[in-house]
Design a protein. Structure first.
Length: 161
């Protein structure tokens, strides 16, 4: 389905990057880190973090940001699991929260929500630091053969035309 939403927003830009000479290795790393950073449990930070990582590691900025953008629902869905993991990791008391409560608090006052959730947030960030390398590694290992195959098939199509 070449005219679908995900193809237009993810598939085509990735194909274009491969056609422009971005290596499958760099692209897979950009996408994998975009996924891992995209679920960082601190709302409002992932765009800057992805840009910083892309600049430091000389990765493809559009690719990492595309994936970061699409990881936002997963970031929201993983807030509570990361909060709970941080509580367990640090032996902190259970803070009874739901995602709608967190989002509402952030919309009312990001600074107020940050002050209230500060300890929970940094505990969750530490838990994320333990999980993110494995997530990025698995994503890289899954994406690399797919991108290599796509590049080969794209190259074959271009040479037969």
């Amino acid at each position: 389905m070449k005219d679908g939403f995900f193809y237009r927003r993810i598939g085509r830009p990735i194909l274009d990057l491969l056609r422009q000479g971005v290596t499958p290795e760099k692209l897979a790393l950009s996408l994998a880190l975009g996924i891992a950073i995209g679920v960082f449990p601190v709302l409002g930070t992932t765009t800057a973090l992805c840009a910083l990582v892309a600049l430091i590691l000389r990765l493809n900025l559009p690719a990492i940001q595309i994936v970061n953008y699409f990881a936002y629902p997963a970031q929201i869905a993983l807030l509570i699991p990361f909060f709970r993991a941080g509580e367990k990791l640090f032996g902190a008391p259970h803070l009874p929260l739901s995602v709608p409560q967190i989002v509402a608090a952030v919309h009312v006052s990001i600074w107020g929500a940050t002050r209230f959730l500060w300890t929970t947030i940094w505990h969750a960030a530490v838990a994320w630091c333990l999980v993110a390398p494995f997530l990025a590694g698995l994503a890289y290992l899954a994406l690399l053969p797919v991108l290599r195959r796509v590049l080969r098939s794209t190259t074959k199509l271009e040479t037969t035309d």
